[in-house]
Design a protein around this ligand. Sequence first.
Ligand SMILES: Cc1cc2nc3c(=O)[nH]c(=O)nc-3n(C[C@H](O)[C@H](O)[C@H](O)COP(=O)(O)OP(=O)(O)OC[C@H]3O[C@@H](n4cnc5c(N)ncnc54)[C@H](O)[C@@H]3O)c2cc1C
Length: 234
Amino acid sequence: MKVFIVHAHPEPQSFNGALTLHAQEVLRAAGHEVRVSDLHAMKWNPVLDRHNFTTVANPDYFKPQQEEMHAAQHHGFAPDVQAEMEKLQWCDVLVFQAPLWWFSLPAILKGWVDRVFAMGFAYGGGRWFDRGVFRGKRAMLSLTTGGGDSFYAPDGINGDINDLLYPINHGIFYFCGFDALPPFLSYAPARVSDTQRAAYLAAYGERLLTLDTVKPLSYPPLAAFDETFRRRAG
Ligand SMILES: Cc1cc2nc3c(=O)[nH]c(=O)nc-3n(C[C@H](O)[C@H](O)[C@H](O)COP(=O)(O)OP(=O)(O)OC[C@H]3O[C@@H](n4cnc5c(N)ncnc54)[C@H](O)[C@@H]3O)c2cc1C
């Protein structure tokens, strides 16, 4: 397997840092190839604006998706974006490693998606969901939280973790054709025991070795929707 980890944490000694380090060791020991984009180390700029492009489709009015379509046709993405696009094309499995911040991805990682998952490259022209650009590839979230697992149970105070992550698993990964895998959660690493943290790392190592076999989350195909994109009866 070729695994591409996009790592988003400002502190290398964090538990997120430990998870990404462990992932590289486990996967390489098993003969897999790994590439990591450590967004803070790269000083990744998360803001999508004209700096995303070396080309200009319309100098008078900046419409991101129009510029993206134009850039996709004219090799017009900025070098930092182009480099990430090539890693996406290279990989079999994409992993996002990050803390849950405000029930979502940290801005630096959301901005990586904003800039790299460009129209004309990652979606567009009828290529979405099960007809998506990245079909055949898999993607997984590996997230840490502040709240414990009970906070994210179906009846927990923060809501069901699978509902919270739907916009990412369905709206980003599956939208672009990836099979979204069940997320790996390390709940409250700052508050659990050393033993539990070691158990998280061990369980993550085991999960990584099943990236190519674990059953993806189940989402309906395009054929399940009518011409107004509502679910067909039955
Ligand atoms: C802006 C913001 C928004 C947030 N929003 C949310 C939210 O919506 N929901 C929520 O639940 N939480 C939220 N949080 C909390 C956040 O999710 C957690 O603080 C974070 O996930 C914890 O992960 P970490 O890697 O930062 O842990 P750290 O605090 O870096 O690490 C935890 C512990 O692991 C130890 N450790 C490091 N390496 C190893 C190793 N190899 N082996 C064993 N132990 C190790 C560290 O020393 C430390 O003691 C938010 C935090 C911020 C800053």
